[in-house]
Design a protein around this ligand. Structure first.
Ligand SMILES: Nc1ncnc2c1ncn2[C@@H]1O[C@H](COP(=O)(O)OP(=O)(O)O)[C@@H](O)[C@H]1O
Ligand SMILES: [Mg+2]
Length: 265
C-alpha cells in the first residue's frame, strides 16, 4: 500500500483563446516505497504538471493518483517539495528556513533545535545556523532547501530541477548528497531533470517523457544510483553501459524535438 500509484492520469489545459493543451495523457505507473524515480524529457512535455499533480497543487482532468492508498486531493505534509534555486525564504536565516515546517506545527523548540543541528550536519552546513540565506552560494542554498524539506520527515520527496541552476562541480557534489540522503533515509523520491546524465546517475527508475500529448515514452530500470553510493560518480559516467544509454536517450530526445519543430513549421 505504501506506493505512489498513477492511474490513467490526464491533464488538459484550456487556453484563453479556446485552444487546448493535452499536457498529460494516460500516465500510468507504480513507484514503490524507497524508489528513486527520475523524469526526463524535452521542455513542455508535462514534467512540472505531473509533479504539481503529485504535490496536490493542481487536480488532474481525469484519472487519479494515490499515495499509500489515499487519493491525492491537495497538498499534504507527507509530501515535501524542493524547487529550483531561489525558492528559500531569503529574509530568514539558514536555521529559520530549515525549522520553518516544525515551527508551523508548533513542535517543541528544543527538539526542533536538535533536528536542525542534525539536518545541517547531514547536508554539510553545520555552524551556519544564523547566516542569512541570501549570503549563501547556489549550492549551499539548495542544501538548505533539502534540509528544510527533509526535517518534516515526508514519505515522498518531489524535486523539480533542483540542481538546474548550479555549476557542474557543485551539481556533482549535490547529486552525491541526494544519493546519500536517499540511501540513509530510505525515502521515495521523484526528481525531474533536464540533464540526461543526471537522470541516468540518480534514477533507479527513469521515465523519458514525450510531448504533445505529454506521456511516458520509455522506461528504464538502472543500476547506476546504487553504484554511485560506493563509487565515484565520474567513473560511473565512463562506463560503457552508461555512455551507450546516454547516447540512446540523447538521440531519442533529439528526434522528439525535431518532430515538434516539424509540427510548428
Ligand atoms: N496553467 C497552465 N495553463 C495552460 N497551459 C499550461 C499550464 N501549465 C502548463 N501548461 C502547458 O502544458 C504543457 C506542459 O507544461 P510543463 O508541465 O510545464 O512542461 P515541462 O515542465 O516538461 O517543461 C506545456 O505545453 C505548457 O505550456
Ligand atoms: Mg518544468
Amino acid at each position: 500500500m505504501s506506493d505512489l500509484i498513477s492511474n490513467d492520469l490526464n491533464m488538459i489545459f484550456k487556453s484563453p483563446n479556446g485552444g487546448v493543451v493535452h499536457a498529460l495523457k494516460d500516465i500510468k505507473f507504480t513507484l514503490k516505497k524507497g524508489q528513486l524515480l527520475t523524469v526526463l524529457g524535452p521542455s513542455g512535455c508535462g514534467k512540472t504538471t505531473l509533479l504539481n499533480i503529485i504535490a496536490g497543487f493542481i487536480r488532474p482532468t481525469s484519472g487519479q493518483i494515490t499515495l499509500n492508498g489515499n487519493e491525492i486531493n491537495g497538498p499534504g505534509v507527507e509530501r515535501g517539495m524542493v524547487f529550483q534555486q531561489g525558492a528559500l525564504f531569503e529574509w530568514l536565516t539558514v536555521a529559520e528556513n530549515v525549522n520553518f515546517g516544525l515551527r508551523m506545527k508548533k513542535e517543541d523548540p528544543i527538539i526542533t533545535a536538535q533536528k536542525v543541528e542534525e539536518w545541517l550536519n547531514i547536508v554539510g552546513l553545520q555552524g551556519l545556523n544564523n547566516t542569512p540565506t541570501y549570503q549563501l552560494s547556489g549550492g549551499m542554498q539548495q542544501r538548505v532547501a533539502l534540509a528544510r524539506c527533509l526535517i518534516n520527515n515526508p514519505d515522498l520527496i518531489l524535486m523539480d530541477e533542483p540542481l538546474g541552476a548550479l555549476d557542474a562541480l557543485t551539481r556533482e557534489k549535490m547529486q552525491y548528497l541526494i544519493l546519500k540522503i536517499w540511501k540513509e533515509t530510505g525515502k521515495t523520491i521523484v526528481l525531474i531533470t533536464h540533464s540526461v546524465e543526471e537522470a541516468l546517475l540518480l534514477g533507479e527508475k527513469l521515465y523519458v517523457m514525450a510531448p504533445r500529448p505529454g506521456r511516458i515514452h520509455k522506461e528504464y530500470n538502472l543500476p547506476f544510483a546504487s553504484m554511485g553510493l560506493k563509487e565515484d560518480l565520474r567513473n560511473i559516467k565512463n562506463l560503457k553501459d552508461f555512455t551507450s544509454k546516454r547516447e540512446e536517450i540523447l538521440t531519442m530526445i533529439w528526434n522528439m524535438e525535431e518532430e515538434i519543430m516539424g509540427k510548428d513549421n
